[in-house]
Write a protein that binds this ligand. Structure first.
Ligand code: FAD
Length: 503
């Protein structure tokens, strides 16, 4: 069977990929996007597209027979997880020894499952992690462009103060401020006006109905509603789903040949498709894009790839923890699934921590305050190719997470001592207070300026580009999708101007 050809191919449909496809399509370049997950547009038997967190079904999880929630237990009881039928569900937890990584699967990538927090990093920190990127241009042009395209909006502070669904955040704010820490509202791509109507029971509930990590049926401006809708609207972009790129090779004329495994939603293999392209853009996320290039280098298909491929991976210093609230500090049974506030101690040179005040939308009083802390952990992991499994395996030891625990502990020990509270030890399946065996924020593996030039062009090859979170060197100091989006906008503007011939 002859290979099909497309001028440009974008692998994945997350943030970096979606930006790239829109800009290619708008410039008149015929572009095929290849996504291993499903398109989440068809309602299931219950009339909804996604399942919630309290009663997850097969749609929740990527090919597992049991769900794998971040909060493994409550009062040490295994109440969070459910047995399910293996299926091409929306959230994957990819295991790599001591670290497992949560990623979204489907058209929209992580935007389908994430907490919608749209945070622009502190400029001084951005300049530190990516010193060769022009910060004036980023903060003057590309961050504002990314936020406007993503539909970032801000909570009405007056509503926040009286909303039942943010009582949990007000309780956490009071405890942090008593200890002398500053809190900030965080912008979001969840529509706060919609949420307000949810609370007033005027519209179907989503954030207020325990929907987040398995997808939101309403309210969220995920990429399928923003960048990807615009990309399809150019008429030059098509999206092929349930199509996983397995191998990349270069042909004699310099174009790229891809092997694409096609499956149905139950995992049955339908065939291997061959596709060729002039310009290949990797947007499969930190794990996905890094694996593709590590595999291509170590199987000899792209032998000019260098040592920097697979290096510089970090978890954005993620660590999760819970505090036990005082008995009188009720948070109530209704918690918005979308965080709207963080404890911002990032400017403290001795102990920078940005802790998102996270919900526990369990539908009952939990007496718990939950946090996802982002810390400045200098530890980095790397990927090694395992030929037996044909997989790139992350090298990361549990001890490498210790600096994150130390930083979070310093901040929350103080909050606990000032407030007379303690940690929760019942949330992570055993008696630990700090969970650092998973991350929501995989970053790096194909670091800008090391594995690629300063615009994401892979070193050693022409017309091969990286667009996603793998460019960022392990840390952004805040939740990463705005940074990934803005950097992708900057890079594709340069590539379109210099590398792609005008039709
Ligand atoms: P991704 O969004 O990961 O997209 C990659 C896509 O490529 C996926 O759809 C994947 O299925 C596909 N793919 C992978 N390999 C292949 C292949 N070989 N062939 C074809 N397709 C492939 N960030 C924030 O900024 N704010 C938040 O509030 C926030 N909350 C989060 C909550 C959760 C539960 C999770 C999991 C993440 C959260 N994040 C948040 C992180 C954010 O979603 C990611 O940083 C972001 O999605 C990464 O974007 P990306 O472009 O690098 O790739």
């Amino acid at each position: 069977q002859a290979a099909e050809h497309s001028q440009a191919v974008v692998i994945g449909t997350g943030y970096g990929a979606a930006v790239t496809a829109l800009r290619l399509g708008a410039a008149g370049v015929p572009t095929v996007m290849l996504e291993m997950g499903q398109s989440w547009t068809k309602p299931g038997e219950d009339g909804t597209i996604f399942s919630d967190m309290l009663t997850p079904d097969r749609r929740s999880t990527w090919f597992k027979d049991r769900t794998e929630m971040p909060l493994a237990s409550f009062l040490w009881m295994d109440v969070a997880n459910r047995d399910i039928e293996p299926y091409a569900g929306v959230l994957d937890r990819v295991h790599h020894g001591d670290m497992s990584v949560y990623v979204g699967r489907g058209v929209g990538g992580g935007s389908l499952v994430n907490g919608a927090m749209a945070v622009t990093p502190k400029r001084w920190y951005f300049e530190e992690i990516l010193p060769e990127v022009n910060a004036d241009e980023m903060y003057g042009r590309f961050f504002p462009l990314a936020n406007s395209m993503l539909g970032t909006n801000h909570i009405d502070p007056e509503w926040f103060e009286r909303s039942r669904s943010y009582q949990f955040a007000r309780v956490s704010r009071a405890a942090a401020e008593k200890a002398g820490y500053k809190t900030n509202f965080v912008p979001s791509v969840y529509d706060f006006e919609y949420m307000r109507r949810e609370e007033d029971e005027l519209v179907p509930r989503s954030a207020l109905a325990a929907e987040v990590i398995y997808g939101n049926n309403h309210g969220k401006r995920s990429l399928d509603k923003s960048y990807l809708a615009a990309a399809l609207g150019t008429g030059n972009v098509t999206i092929e789903t349930l199509s996983e790129v397995r191998d990349i090779a270069q042909q004699q004329d310099g174009s790229y040949a891809l092997s694409v495994k096609r499956i149905d939603e139950f995992g049955n293999v339908l065939g291997i498709r061959q596709l060729t392209t002039q310009h290949l853009f990797l947007g499969a996320g930190s794990l996905g894009s890094t694996e593709l290039l590590v595999r291509a280098r170590d199987t000899g298909k792209l032998p000019n790839l260098g040592e920097a491929i697979g290096q510089g991976w970090g978890n954005n210093g993620n660590v999760m923890l819970g505090r036990a609230n005082l008995p009188q500090d009720l948070v109530g049974p209704l918690e918005s699934g979308m965080p709207a506030m963080g404890i911002d101690n990032w400017d403290d040179p001795a102990n920078p921590v940005f802790a998102e005040i996270a919900p526990v939308p369990a539908g009952l009083e939990t007496w718990a305050s939950l946090y996802l802390a982002i810390t400045r952990n200098p530890e980095r992991g790397s990927f090694r190719y395992d030929p037996g499994a044909d997989r790139a395996v992350l090298q990361w030891r549990e001890e490498q997470g210790q600096p994150s625990i130390d930083a979070a502990k310093q901040l929350f020990d103080r909050i606990n001592s000032v407030n007379g509270t303690s940690y929760r030890y019942d949330l992570f399946g055993d008696a630990r207070a700090f969970e650092n065996r998973f991350t929501y924020h995989p970053l790096g593996g194909l670091v800008l300026g090391e594995a690629t030039d300063l615009y994401g062009r892979v070193k050693g090859y022409d017309n091969l580009y990286v667009t996603d979170g793998s460019l960022i060197p392990g840390s952004t100091g805040v939740n990463p999708f705005v940074t990934i989006t803005a950097l992708a906008e900057r890079n594709i503007a340069k590539v379109l101007a210099e590398d792609i011939p005008k039709n």
